[in-house]
Design a protein around this ligand. Structure first.
Ligand SMILES: *[C@@H]1O[C@H](CO)[C@@H](O)[C@H](O)[C@H]1NC(C)=O
Ligand SMILES: *[C@@H]1O[C@H](CO)[C@@H](O)[C@H](O)[C@H]1NC(C)=O
Ligand SMILES: *[C@@H]1O[C@H](CO)[C@@H](O)[C@H](O)[C@H]1NC(C)=O
Ligand SMILES: *[C@@H]1O[C@H](CO)[C@@H](O)[C@H](O)[C@H]1NC(C)=O
Ligand SMILES: *[C@@H]1O[C@H](CO)[C@@H](O)[C@H](O)[C@H]1NC(C)=O
Length: 822
């Protein structure tokens, strides 16, 4: 911390916004080693190289390759046996960071060697990772996090016990983000069974970390492939003292709102932050008990993400965390992060002393309404160094990095941040940190501190303004997620370019939409989409996960919607897709109308391109509205006279003539979607005779003539409650009214659809075999055909025809002309 300077908060925040993209991490490609083999292998989606004649590292000592094909996992069919001390000579990707070391042991026997029950010692620098460790008859994977100092080179030493031999089947040793562990300004609170015991300093540089427990509290087992750092996590049930009053909670589609004051995406998988245990009875505590060694020292990291509380935290929102019974720490959510869904963690150093257990409890503070919860726990034994000194030199200047501390008063809080200017490094890293705290007894860093680095080798100027940097992805991450835009992962193609299925480093499955330059949807749409979607979030609107505009790419990353578009399930489907029942279709319409209602009333946004291909279905057929590329704020001036936007077949006839953009445009288009759902045909099908091509026209004429049975999806015949159908047709009729003023609001459409569902279910209750008996003509006789107009108006009368329920023929024809002009 050499130079201090003060910048205005404006500059500070423009720098802060750069930080988010730095807090992403992809596991590097080295080292993944297939020991005792001369061939490379893909295992857990990593490329493991054989260590017979390695080119990227060396093995020195006394060793031998052995093989036994009895294991079904090919990487475990070979091993390297060490008859004396043997070293793997490796190099980290960066200085002053950490390396994750994962060792795989799967004992077998050969004619020469018997690998069961072997005693193994492993050292890195002076850290003894395994010391007289006995590998019994099963597969064991041990992981460790080891600090790397000023010297990037490191050695993994395997030492057998005297007169015996040791072995290993596979080695992973990869560089992690450098801020996995951060020393708070005042150190980390030190706790013993007797209570608080001061603070511990320089933890990140003095110890290696040996995880004993990684617990996904309230959740399930998480495999290494779903963790950004290849860690595994286990459920908490067996450690829970009592599960009465400890309800497990989860928010399946939770998207953590990563914040510079909280954890980074690699600190724990989303699966940890989207499940929790919540205290249901404030008169008691929830307690977990873990068996540990006596006289050991641990780093305990408690992970939190409040996805249960609505709204923002107030400054007093807090609950208590206890370690043993004499240490209490108030988790002051309101002061650590401002809003729910922001993941963060709190660290403690715990000394087990004479105890062979550690107990951790959470409980309410009297009079405080804050939800009491815990998402994850890591208990890592601290391994002391046996003699190697000068590991990490904090804040040291070198030729590549300059750390600048900027002290700045923001909102009454003192933020100290260190900028690491990092040039030409493969992984942009910097030293921490921002201390966003004032009270002296708030000790450990609350989760992530801010780290910023600016890469001078790259040109950061981007044609797109930095709209929302929390959402900004690096191109390298996108390439990794989509396997370099592998055609095999392509799930869609349209005017804008291609859509790929991708997997982010944290295991999240996403849809990656890559805009094609000079093709279809252009930059304004790209920007609109980001602006709209980063502002709103709703269960029935597709979430934007991020975007990337590096190298003039226009890439949008969305939540992956497993079941595709609504259209896929209605017509032109591949034979394997099951047909949707009427109830399912209603459910989808209801969800979509909820999304649109929120857009209109909650966000003041007009979608302008509502259609069945923009309604997507997740794995549970929950519908979400997508594609906001041409949407508009209600308040925006209509200076867009460049032409009609929207999709033919769905266009509001009033809009075509008046060019006025109102919410009722969406209502009209939604009416067409409702007809698609009912009739299972395209909104516009130019293969059909002229008068049948436009669905809204064709269907309304048929309905008017009392021929509903001729337009109904044959699959639905006899399965719709007549009252439900009548109500549904009434909604369609109102949505498709010729003028916007006559059409209902999206909110009223939503309530009418709910009523339609109720009518359908009333029948289902009475008639368990809803799919079998009803007769279509009987149902149709109940439709109030007399409400439909029996004559057509000409253009001049359109605006006065408040009684007419459906667009007139001339209107429909004018729309058809539009359609043909396509
Ligand atoms: C391979 O290992 C298994 C399990 O240790 C053992 O039962 C078997 O005999 C071994 N095969 C050979 C050829 O040594
Ligand atoms: C922490 O490490 C720094 C440099 O490595 C040293 O100057 C400082 O004294 C250490 N702090 C404590 C409390 O040991
Ligand atoms: C508590 O645990 C028992 C046994 O594991 C389980 O059957 C029960 O459902 C759990 N109760 C709650 C509220 O989680
Ligand atoms: C929770 O546990 C702590 C520490 O053992 C204890 O002091 C406190 O009274 C407990 N609270 C409740 C409500 O049981
Ligand atoms: C933890 O260990 C201490 C000392 O051995 C013992 O008194 C206590 O009962 C243990 N607690 C639990 C919950 O096992």
């Amino acid at each position: 911390m050499k130079s201090n300077l003060c910048l205005s908060s404006i500059i500070l925040f423009s720098l802060l916004s750069l930080a988010s993209s730095q807090r992403r991490y992809v596991v590097p490609n080295r080292y993944f080693i297939n020991c005792g083999s001369n061939s490379d292998i893909i295992f857990t989606s990593k490329h493991f190289v054989g260590d017979d004649s390695p080119s990227t590292f060396s093995v020195s000592g006394s060793h031998k390759a052995v093989q036994n094909n009895s294991s079904p996992t090919s990487i475990y069919q070979t091993a390297r046996v060490f008859t004396r001390k043997t070293s793997y000579n490796l190099e980290a990707d960066d200085k002053n960071t950490f390396v994750m070391v994962r060792l795989h042991f799967s004992p077998f026997s050969t004619n020469e060697f018997e690998l069961h029950n072997k005693i193994i010692n492993v050292q890195v620098f002076g850290f003894s990772l395994l010391s007289n460790y006995k590998v019994e008859n099963k597969i064991v994977i041990k992981d460790f996090i080891v600090p790397i100092g000023n010297d990037k080179k490191f050695r993994l030493d395997f030492t057998p016990s005297t007169g015996s031999y040791a072995f290993v089947n596979a080695i992973e040793a990869f560089t992690t983000p450098n801020d996995l562990f951060i020393d708070g300004k005042d150190g980390t609170p030190h706790v013993s069974p007797k209570g608080p015991n001061g603070n511990m300093h320089n933890i990140s540089t003095s110890y290696a970390f040996n995880p004993i427990y990684r617990i996904n509290v309230g959740g399930r087992t998480i495999n290494p492939e779903r963790d950004p750092l290849r860690r595994s996590w286990t459920p908490d049930e067996t450690f829970l003292f009592s599960n009465v009053s400890a309800k497990s909670e989860s928010q399946h589609d939770m998207r953590p709102n990563y914040d510079s004051k909280g954890a980074a995406s690699y600190d724990a998988p989303v699966d940890v932050y989207s499940t929790a245990r919540r205290l249901t009875d404030k008169a008691v505590n929830i307690t977990w008990n873990f068996r540990v060694n006596k006289n050991s020292v641990f780093l305990i990291r408690a992970h939190f993400c409040d996805f249960m509380s609505p709204g923002r935290f107030s400054t007093n929102d807090a609950f208590s965390l206890f370690i043993y019974s004499l240490y209490k720490k108030d988790i002051q959510l309101g002061q650590i992060v401002n809003s729910p869904q922001v993941p963060f963690y709190v660290d403690f150093v715990v000394d087990s002393g004479e105890f062979d257990n550690v107990s951790i409890s959470i409980g309410a503070i009297r009079g405080n309404d804050q939800t009491v919860f815990l998402n994850g726990l890591e208990i890592m034994e601290l391994l002391t160094n046996l003699g190697v000194v000068g590991l990490r030199t904090d804040g040291k200047k070198n030729e590549k990095k300059v750390h600048i501390v900027i002290g700045c008063v923001v909102g009454g809080m003192v933020l100290i941040l260190i900028l690491g200017f990092l040039i030409g490094s493969k992984y942009r890293k910097s030293k921490p940190l921002v201390e966003a705290k004032t009270e002296s007894n708030m000790v450990s860093p609350y989760g992530r501190s801010l780290s910023i680095s600016i890469d001078f080798t790259k040109n950061h100027s981007s044609p797109i303004p930095n709209l929302n940097l929390n959402l900004k992805f690096q191109l390298a991450d996108i390439l990794q997620a989509t396997n370099n835009f592998d055609e095999k992962l392509m799930i869609g193609k349209g005017g804008f370019g291609k859509v790929y299925k991708g997997t982010l480093y944290d295991g999240m499955i996403v849809a990656v939409k890559r805009g094609e330059k000079g093709h279809g949807q252009g930059q304004p749409e790209f920007v609109t989409e980001i602006m709209v979607l980063s502002k709103i979030r709703h269960r029935h609107l597709v979430s934007l996960i991020g975007y990337c505009d590096e190298k003039s790419e226009m890439i949008l990353v969305y939540e992956f919607m497993k079941k595709g578009t609504l259209q896929d399930h209605l017509y032109d489907t591949n034979e394997n897709l099951p047909k949707l029942s009427w109830t399912q279709r209603l459910e989808i319409c209801i969800s979509a109308s909820r999304g649109l209602d929120y857009l209109h009333t909650g966000a003041g946004i007009i979608h302008r391109d509502v259609k069945s291909t923009n309604i997507l279905l997740d794995e549970n057929y929950v519908a979400k509205v997508a594609d906001f590329g041409i949407s508009r704020l209600n308040s925006e001036e209509d200076n867009d006279v460049s032409g009609i936007k929207g999709s033919f077949g769905y266009l509001d006839p009033e809009y075509i003539t008046c060019m006025e953009v109102t919410q009722k445009i969406d209502v009209y288009s939604f009416g067409v979607v409702l007809l698609e759902v009912l009739c299972a045909r395209r909104a516009l099908d130019n293969r059909l005779p002229y008068e049948e091509a436009n669905l809204a026209d064709w269907a309304t004429t048929r309905i008017r003539n009392g021929e509903v049975e001729n337009i109904l999806d044959p699959f639905l015949a006899g399965k719709i409650n007549p009252n439900s159908l009548t109500k549904f047709l009434e909604i369609v009729e109102r949505c498709l009214k010729p003028t916007g003023d006559e059409r209902p609001s999206m909110n009223s459409v939503l309530y009418d659809l709910l009523y339609t569902m109720e009518l359908q279910q009333t029948m289902a209750n009475r008639e368990p075999h809803e799919d079998s008996t009803m007769n279509t003509s009987f149902q149709l006789s109940m439709i109030k055909i007399d409400r439909l107009p029996s004559h057509t108006n000409d253009d001049s009368e359109v605006n006065e025809s408040s009684d007419s329920s459906f667009p007139t023929e001339s209107q429909v024809f004018s729309q058809l002309k539009m359609n043909e002009a396509r």
